[in-house]
Write a protein that binds this ligand. Structure first.
Ligand code: GRF
Length: 205
């Protein structure tokens, strides 16, 4: 059995699918053991089609955001993950969730952070008229779209780009980057602030 990856999504789950297929091909020595979403979405169906347990934990089903965070933390923890990926998960998680998975919680964001954090990153980059944007994979800390940057890939903008066309090219880069990031982190090849970020030694299981 390889390393255990849990993925959180809110949409089509294209990044999730890239990781899932890399595991299935044997390009990544890991298994996606669970997929969780904050809303019903296409990505959950894709996960199920691949035989991966997939479930929704909706904020609206809890009386407070704190209870929702606790429930989600419990569900992710139950999978005993080596790595937790936020791959298009469109909700802000509480510090308690982040602290439950030290050194093994990754986010992928469609810009070259620290430029253009937030939910409208692709549109903001286009509106700013940048010639190059891209994608970032980073460890998650208590701020939104923030934390030690592990990998980035630039994506040039084109004069006729729409938000959709640019986002499509960014996603292609994201899918490569996500798989590379998982492989590097699980292999103990990532150095953050001079220390190896080894997910296998990160916190309790
Ligand atoms: C990605 O661009 C990711 O960076 C952003 O949401 C998008 C994921 O979309 N946070 P999808 O659900 O994988 O299609």
């Amino acid at each position: 059995m390889g390393s255990r990856i849990v993925i959180l999504i809110s949409g089509t789950g294209s990044g999730m699918t890239a990781v899932l297929e890399a595991c299935e091909r044997g390009d990544l020595a890991a298994d996606v053991v669970g997929v969780l979403a904050d809303r019903p979405c296409r990505g959950l169906e894709v996960a199920s089609e691949h035989g991966v347990p997939a479930a929704v934990t909706r904020l609206a089903d809890f009386s407070t955001r704190h209870e929702w965070n606790q429930a989600l933390t419990k569900k992710v923890r139950a999978y005993a993950p080596d790595l937790v990926l936020l791959a298009g998960f469109m909700r802000v998680l509480a510090p308690e969730f982040v602290d439950a998975f030290p050194g093994r919680l990754l986010n992928v964001h469609p810009s070259l952070l620290p430029a253009f954090p937030g939910a409208r990153a692709v549109r903001d980059a286009l509106e700013a008229g940048v010639k190059v944007t891209g994608t970032t994979v980073h460890l998650v800390d208590h701020e939104v779209d923030h934390g030690p940057i592990l990998f980035q890939e630039p994506v040039p903008t084109r004069p006729n780009d729409t938000e959709e066309s640019l986002h499509e090219r960014i996603k292609e880069a994201e899918h490569r980057l996500l798989v590379d990031a998982c492989r590097a982190l699980l292999g103990g090849d990532v150095v953050v602030n001079g220390r190896v970020a080894s997910v296998m030694s990160g916190g309790e299981r």
